[in-house]
Every structure is written in structure tokens, then in C-alpha cells.
Design a protein around this ligand. Structure first.
Ligand code: 13P
Ligand code: 13P
Ligand code: MG
Ligand code: MG
Length: 374
């Protein structure tokens, strides 16, 4: 029977602004999981990245299983009562609907899932990012799965010679999912043409073309489309199976050394470099910079090993310093130009009202005729 990994995240409240959840809130989530898990899941792991709590579940119920999604919803809703009780900032922030309706996608929490026959050893990575959106994973996934400059296995490992299939979602489409499948290496220019636009086109999944097996799943929720207004950024989670017919762990991690610029940061309205951080890190400067964490696990017969914190290594201190420099360089120019997102992507409705009011004050200057000018 296949094993399913479900990685769900929600911001249900945090201390001192959008910084991190309280100890009591984390305990409440763990308590709710333990209280409800019997007969449903074989193992779980809970962590936080900035103000988002991520829950990794192992089970046999497959992807989009109603019972699992209801479990996630019930855990977050019940735990959010603790957030309200404690007076946390943004208590229940990502719980956008009043009632569960079949699948937790579309209700606020972000979810991604992988279902597979366990290999004799099954290593995988669980990523979580805060103060950014799912498009932040576009570049790292392109480089790890389509570029031999980053993934030497594409040249060296025969099991990867056939390349990978990308499923890309148009997240600006409201309603049913709008997706396209493109194959690397033949269609890498087409993949690049879409993935350069991180706000509109987002990698939803990647599969090996050699075996057909899925190895990447990304949460692609757009909170703005659900709530109709800004309620927080779509801080994403991602699962990646590694080694064997898939890229090695280090090949998947390498692109995160770039600290590429992504959308998010303060008020979800800016551009900042993505900083790889240790698990359970808080947020600080200018509600950022945008951060990503990565836990490496093996799963065996439905049980997880303890996690290895992939960004907890001296190498990443150097990357973090570099990202800090990039962040400060960008912040020096404040609101100007590329430091902020384009108008259509600004998450605050206030700017729309402001621009409409200013628009009414513009006037077309009357050209003086040649005659009067004389
Ligand atoms: P091992 O030979 O230690 O399994 O490593 C192979 C590999 O993937 C290194 O990147
Ligand atoms: P979160 O999406 O992480 O809650 O952050 C919201 C925000 O506005 C930060 O400035
Ligand atoms: Mg928040
Ligand atoms: Mg967040």
C-alpha cells in the first residue's frame, strides 16, 4: 500500500506581530494532533518557520483524502482557539472560511502532498517559507531539475537522462485549476518563459520522465483569491523526494545558496532576497527578509526518522550574510522601482483607493495653440 506525505501549513497567530507562534500555540497544535490522530496517520512532525506552523503527516489514505484534510482543518481551528485565548496577533489569520468543505485547499491553509511506493530507503525534504509566495520555488526547481549547471546528475546519472516533467499552474486564474505540463530538457525555454513570472505561473509538481513518479509537490494557494483582500502572504510549503532517480539532496539545496529576489517581505508588497534559515526561526527586520527552512527526513514503513536541519551548517552562515547584504541594498531604495511589487501585485487595497483618488485630480493640460503662443 502506498505511503502519502501531506505537508500543511497555516498562520494561526503569532507573538509581537508576524514574528513567530507562541510556545502555547505550538503545544496546542501538537496536542490537537495527538488527540485526533488514532487510525488516521502513522507519524507526524510539527515545526514553524516565521509565523507559519507546518505539520507533516504520514498516512495511507492517498492525496486529497477527505479524512486527512478534515483532520488538518480541525487541528488548526481547534488550536487557533488557544491563539485567541492568548491574544496572539493575527489569531486564526489563515482560516478564511467558517466550515470545512471537502478539501482544505481553498480554505486558507497551504497543503502539498506526495503519494508513492516507499523505496527501500526513502529520503525527502520538507521546505517551508515565510514572507513570500509559492513562486519563490520556481527558480530553485528549474535549476535543480532542468539545469546541469546545478544538477550534475542530469549528466552523470543515467536514471535522470530522460529529464523531468513540470506541471505549472496559472495562479491568477480564479476557479478551477488552470495548468500546463512541459518537459525538460526539450521545452526548457518554454518552462523559463513561464517561470520568470513568479506571481502568475507557479510550479505545482515535478515528475521523473524515466519512471513517471512524482517527486515534487508545492502548495499553490493564493489567499488573496480566496479572501478577496489581503490577509497575509501565501507562505508556501514544498515536498521533494531525493536521491536515486531524483536529484541528490545537495543538488536540490544548491540553488538556495543564491538568495534570489522574491515577492513578499513587509506587508507582502516588496521584493527581497530569500534567506535559508534554521528550522523554528523567527522573523525580524522589515518583516523579513523572506525566509525558507528545510528539514531532511527518511520515511520507512510509515515512520519518520528524526529530521536533519538542512540549513543548519556553517556554509549557510556565509549565504545568510550575503543575503543580508542583498536585502539592505534593496531596502536602501525604499519604495522606489523594483524594491516594491508592481501595482497589480500590491497586497493592500488602500493603494487602489489612493490611486483612484489621485487619478481624479489629474488634468490634461491644454496645449496652447501656435497663434496664442506668439
Ligand atoms: P553516496 O555515494 O554517498 O550515496 O552519494 C551519492 C550522491 O548522491 C552524492 O551527491
Ligand atoms: P504573514 O503573511 O507571514 O502573516 O505576514 C504578513 C505581513 O503583512 C508581514 O508584514
Ligand atoms: Mg502572520
Ligand atoms: Mg507567514
Amino acid at each position: 500500500m502506498k505511503t502519502t506525505l501531506t505537508l500543511a501549513k497555516a498562520d494561526i497567530g503569532s507573538i509581537g506581530g508576524h514574528i513567530r507562534p507562541s510556545r502555547r500555540l505550538l503545544d496546542a497544535v501538537a496536542r490537537q494532533i495527538k488527540r485526533r490522530k488514532a487510525g488516521l496517520i502513522s507519524d507526524f512532525y510539527m515545526s514553524h518557520t516565521g509565523d507559519d506552523i507546518a505539520v507533516l503527516l504520514v498516512h495511507k489514505k492517498g492525496k486529497n483524502a477527505r479524512a486527512i484534510h478534515k483532520f488538518i482543518w480541525d487541528v488548526f481551528v481547534a488550536a487557533s482557539r488557544e491563539a485567541h485565548k492568548q491574544g496572539l496577533y493575527g489569531a486564526g489569520q489563515d482560516l478564511l472560511k467558517d466550515a470545512f468543505s471537502g478539501n482544505v485547499k481553498g480554505l486558507g491553509p497551504g497543503v502539498c502532498e506526495l503519494e508513492f511506493d516507499e523505496r527501500p530507503n526513502e529520503p525527502f525534504l520538507a521546505f517551508a517559507a515565510d514572507k513570500t509566495d509559492p513562486g519563490a520555488f520556481n527558480l530553485p526547481l528549474y535549476l535543480a531539475f532542468a539545469d546541469p549547471m546545478y544538477n550534475s546528475g542530469l549528466m552523470l546519472s543515467p536514471s535522470m537522462f530522460k529529464g523531468f516533467r513540470f506541471t505549472i499552474m496559472d495562479v491568477s486564474h480564479v476557479g478551477a485549476d488552470r495548468v500546463i505540463e512541459l518537459d525538460a530538457p526539450e521545452e526548457i525555454y518554454d518552462i523559463a518563459a513561464l517561470l520568470r513570472d513568479n506571481q502568475r505561473f507557479v510550479v505545482e509538481s515535478v515528475a521523473s520522465r524515466g519512471t513517471g513518479e512524482q517527486c515534487v509537490a508545492v502548495s499553490t494557494t493564493r489567499l488573496h483569491n480566496i479572501a478577496g483582500k489581503y490577509t497575509g502572504k501565501d507562505d508556501p510549503v514544498m515536498l521533494v523526494r531525493v536521491q536515486g532517480t531524483f536529484p541528490a539532496t545537495g543538488e536540490v539545496l544548491q540553488p538556495f545558496g543564491i538568495g534570489h529576489f522574491v515577492a513578499g517581505f513587509m506587508r507582502g508588497s516588496h521584493v527581497g532576497p530569500l534567506m535559508p534559515v534554521r528550522i523554528n526561526s523567527a522573523i525580524s527586520w522589515f518583516d523579513g527578509p523572506p525566509v525558507v527552512s528545510c528539514l531532511a527526513f527518511c520515511v520507512h514503513r510509515g515512520k519518520l526518522t528524526e529530521p536533519a536541519d538542512a540549513f543548519d551548517h556553517p556554509f549557510w552562515d556565509h549565504v545568510r550574510d550575503n543575503v543580508s547584504h542583498k536585502a539592505m541594498a534593496m531596502r536602501e531604495q525604499g519604495f522606489s522601482g523594483c524594491a516594491m511589487l508592481p501595482y497589480q501585485e500590491l497586497e493592500y487595497g488602500g493603494i487602489v483607493e489612493k490611486m483612484e483618488a489621485l487619478d481624479r485630480r489629474f488634468r490634461i493640460r491644454k496645449e496652447k495653440s501656435a497663434k496664442t503662443r506668439k
